[in-house]
Design a protein around this ligand. Structure first.
Ligand SMILES: Cc1cc2nc3c(=O)[nH]c(=O)nc-3n(C[C@H](O)[C@H](O)[C@H](O)COP(=O)(O)OP(=O)(O)OC[C@H]3O[C@@H](n4cnc5c(N)ncnc54)[C@H](O)[C@@H]3O)c2cc1C
Length: 505
């Protein structure tokens, strides 16, 4: 419940939620009172209106102004709406039908409380109820990293009314700290075959995803399909590399075995003393910081209500579900998506809490010079080197199980730099641009946790661990689809191996 006001009634004092007014209480007369009544009527009309009948005006939600004017009405002196050339934008329901997605029934939308309730009859913060004055969306997304923004954008493109709540600035946590490798072949372990299939599927979706987000935002995301070299740096790691190569070949991964000299010929900045390498042409990369910027712009363009510098304190599962913010404000929606990265398991109200823990990664970027240039990214046993189109070379990263510790340490940076210099000695001469640390959201089994939980109205988009950038298109697709199916009241299609329910039995 939000902040409460004590109102003196005829017989006794009652505590009402913000926006509620006691029966017979003064304050509805006069011009301001009439305006409030008009606004309340508009809210009720909005709550009754079926979703498919709604149309977003050009210019996004901000341009619509107050709620009372949002549903097709214009201020008397407002300019006429801009008409688009060619075909008009289809209503959300028709777009959903065209894509084979379910149309939301009216019962999928929350209703605001009726007049009697507003007069305090049942006020008191009943979970699953929406009070007058509370903001209501169809979906609330908690956490504005790439997982949260990916889901929010995908839903908004389907015409869903989404509120995205981020405690800091959009995309400045793990998603900013990443190196941007899209590397199912180079990165996936022997015991992660399910994850490997999902990763390859997501990689296949990346080119179209990149095109769409670039078109929506006007920001290039640096999708680069030049491939990777996985290199050994001593005899032991060469033996391990040979086992990886055999495993990859047996699973049909298109890879080529190279001698050290062949690898150095492909990438002259590598030392020819490396014993062996694997060329992996199907491992790609993006500029993850550009992806973050593009997703943030695309979310806003698609009409997502973005609330930065706002922390979600508590989750209230229910019909509808709700979140309580740091200032005490309560937001309600039929579905709340948890995408709070490494902090997803800490949110009060989730029971059981999703098993996600932070794994710290320290990394740095260097300025490449004329002698040290790479066209592929390099995966070495103790470090990776990822060249970016703006001249940065990202070198990373440690993997430390140290809770919330965000300290940058000499030892951590030394280890990754030493690992890079072993395979590319020229790295020693490069200028340092930046050092940073991030927390990977690691689920207990290292696979992402996607789709609806057993708690009513709760879905997850979290736990992508070392592969959140790679898995972005697949996570956004799977979770947004499951949320639409949830809103329509249908059964989940998310595989058990990814569902939160695998940890909730
Ligand atoms: C050093 C490093 C290198 C990496 N390299 C790669 C790579 O090359 N390729 C790859 O695929 N992956 C990589 N990863 C992993 C990838 O970065 C993550 O899997 C991915 O960014 C996770 O995204 P997310 O949105 O789940 O989490 P985050 O980006 O951490 O976003 C979570 C957001 O939730 C917000 N939040 C938390 N609690 C609350 C709350 N209570 N209320 C409101 N907001 C809240 C946070 O402020 C944050 O912005 C790397 C990670 C690190 C650390």
């Amino acid at each position: 419940m939000g902040r409460a006001a004590v109102v003196r009634g005829r017989r006794h004092e009652r505590v009402l939620p913000v926006g509620c007014r006691a029966r017979g209480a003064p304050g509805l007369g006069g011009r301001r009172g009439r305006a409030r009544i008009a606004l309340r009527r508009a809210l009720r009309r909005a709550a009754r209106e079926p979703l498919g009948g709604r149309r977003r005006p050009a210019g996004g939600r901000r341009a619509r102004g107050r709620v009372g004017l949002a549903r097709g009405r214009r201020r008397p002196n407002a300019r006429p709406p801009r008409r688009r050339a060619g075909r008009s934008r289809p209503a959300p329901d028709r777009r959903r039908l065209a894509r084979g997605l379910p149309v939301l029934p009216r019962r999928g939308r929350p209703r605001r409380c009726g007049a009697q309730h507003c007069r305090g009859r049942r006020a008191g913060g009943r979970v699953g109820h929406v009070h007058a004055g509370e903001r209501v969306s169809e979906v609330i997304v908690v956490g504005g990293g790439i997982a949260g923004m990916g889901v929010a954008w995908s839903l908004a493109r389907e015409g869903t009314d989404v509120t995205l709540v981020e405690r800091g600035t959009l995309g400045r946590s793990a998603s900013w700290a990443a190196a941007g490798m899209l590397a199912p072949a180079a990165e996936i372990g022997f015991d992660e075959l399910d994850l490997y299939d999902l990763s390859r599927q997501s990689l296949a979706e990346w080119p179209a995803f990149a095109r769409d987000v670039e078109a929506a935002s006007g920001i290039g995301v640096g999708y680069d399909d030049a491939g990777a070299l996985v290199v050994a740096d001593d005899r032991d790691s060469a033996r391990a590399l040979r086992r990886l190569f055999q495993f990859q070949e047996s699973h049909g991964v298109p890879v080529t075995w190279l001698s050290g000299a062949e690898a150095a010929e492909m990438e002259p900045a590598l030392t020819s003393r490396i014993p062996a390498a694997i060329h992996s042409p199907e491992d790609h990369q993006v500029d993850n910081r550009a992806v973050v910027r593009a997703l943030a712009a695309a979310c806003r363009e698609a009409g997502v209500t973005v609330r930065e510098e706002t922390t979600v304190e508590t989750i209230e599962p229910g019909h509808p579900a709700a979140v309580v913010l740091d200032g005490g404000e309560r937001l309600a929606a039929p579905v709340v998506v948890i995408a709070a990265g490494a902090w997803s398991g800490r949110l009060a109200g989730l029971d059981p809490a999703p098993p996600i823990r932070p794994i710290k990664g320290q990394a740095l970027s260097l300025r490449m010079n004329a002698d040290v240039q790479f066209s592929h990214f390099i995966r070495a046993p103790r470090a990776y080197l990822v060249p970016k189109s703006d001249g940065r070379l990202v070198v990373g990263a440690t993997s430390e199980d140290r809770g919330d510790d965000l300290a940058l340490t000499a030892g951590g940076l030394y280890r990754v730099l030493e690992g890079a210099v072993r395979v590319a000695p020229g790295v020693e001469e490069l200028d340092v641009i930046e050092t940073w640390v991030g927390l990977r959201p690691a689920s207990r089994d290292h696979a992402p946790i996607l789709g609806r939980s057993r708690q009513p109205g709760i879905a997850m988009a979290a736990g992508a661990y070392r592969h959140g950038v790679l898995l972005l298109p697949a996570m956004a697709r799977i979770v947004s689809r499951d949320v639409l199916v949830m809103l329509a009241g249908n059964a989940s299609e998310v595989p058990d191996a990814l569902s939160p329910q695998r940890f909730e039995a």
